[in-house]
Ligand binder design. Structure first.
Ligand SMILES: [Zn+2]
Length: 301
């Protein structure tokens, strides 16, 4: 992911965050379990597309979601000489709601102050989104798929943009294009999460995201007591896995905390990620998917 207009990264975020959601779990959703996924993924080393670690992460994700009762489609394709695989976990029947994140990590820490040859650990940028979705896969109850279908999509090839001629968001671009030819797989809207684990969490509306989706999600977060973390005003403009869906007319929203000084550095480690941050985002998404009627959500289309 990259900011179109990278605002000067402030060295230290001066927001004082209140202690909301300090409980270890909410509605069965466990921040600690999500955090353990982050650790396991980071221990695999680089998960850059085409690497051994990427394959290990794909197997890890697949094994977990299958254990939780989801059907998994491996959607593999060649890009720039590399085999990329999106993992699409499906449950339910009817109109489709897509919740996505990327599981690949950036092959080099090209924003690192000291060493730009190493890969990023990708604890926040890569693992945090996967962890949030895996814990959703475990805990979503039957209400979430009463009358609709949920796809939890783990994208490959998001984070090699501008390296060796690669584009950003390759996996999601592939899926968005593919779905244009599959009228039976009409996506009502997509929700993308990326870099949501920062301990100093602050989530703003992203400029290109569908405004009605941002407003409704942030309003729900406020009702859950997270109004000081989900700030209902615009900040960054980001190219990420929501972008290809917006381009083909599918309403989409990106949940990202882009004020993260360790972005694309070797310091994007598990120490920077907090279970309470994963829990907040997971709790909002779980409540949204289980309690908000699809008709109301799709009405603005
Ligand atoms: Zn990234």
């Amino acid at each position: 992911m990259i900011a179109r207009r990278v605002l000067a990264l402030v060295a230290a975020l001066t927001l004082t965050l209140p202690l909301v959601a300090c409980a270890a779990s909410a509605g069965g959703y466990s921040g600690a379990r999500a955090m353990s996924h982050v650790r396991r993924l980071v221990n695999m080393g680089s998960r850059a597309s085409g690497t051994e670690g990427n394959g290990a992460a794909a197997n890890y994700i697949t094994a977990h979601v299958e254990r939780y009762g989801w059907e998994v489609e491996r959607d593999c394709f060649a890009y720039s000489g590399v085999n990329l695989c999106n993992l699409i976990a499906k449950r339910g029947e009817g109109p489709i709601v897509l919740v996505g994140t990327h599981y690949d990590t950036r092959p080099v820490a090209d924003r690192d102050a000291n060493d730009r040859t190493q890969p990023v650990p990708g604890a926040n940028d890569g693992a945090s989104g996967v962890a949030v979705l895996l814990e959703l896969a475990r805990t979503l109850d039957a209400k979430a798929t009463a009358g609709s279908q949920i796809w939890l999509v783990f994208f490959d090839g998001e984070d090699s943009g501008d390296l060796g001629g690669w584009e950003w968001a390759v996996g999601s671009g592939h899926l968005a294009q593919r779905l244009m030819n599959e009228p039976e797989n009409r996506i009502e809207y997509s929700i993308i999460v990326d870099m949501v684990g920062d301990e100093d969490q602050a989530l703003y509306y992203e400029w290109s995201s569908s405004l009605w989706l941002s407003e409704e999600l942030w309003a729900l977060a406020g009702r859950l007591g997270y109004e000081d973390v989900f700030v209902p005003s615009h900040k960054h403009h980001i190219i990420d896995d929501h972008t290809p869906f917006l381009k083909v007319g599918i309403p989409s929203v990106l949940l990202i905390d882009f004020d993260y000084p360790f972005w694309h550095t070797t310091e994007d480690t598990t120490q920077r990620v907090a279970s309470k941050s994963l829990l907040r985002v997971g709790h909002v998404l779980k409540t949204w998917l289980e309690d908000e009627p699809l008709a109301a959500r799709a009405i603005a289309r």
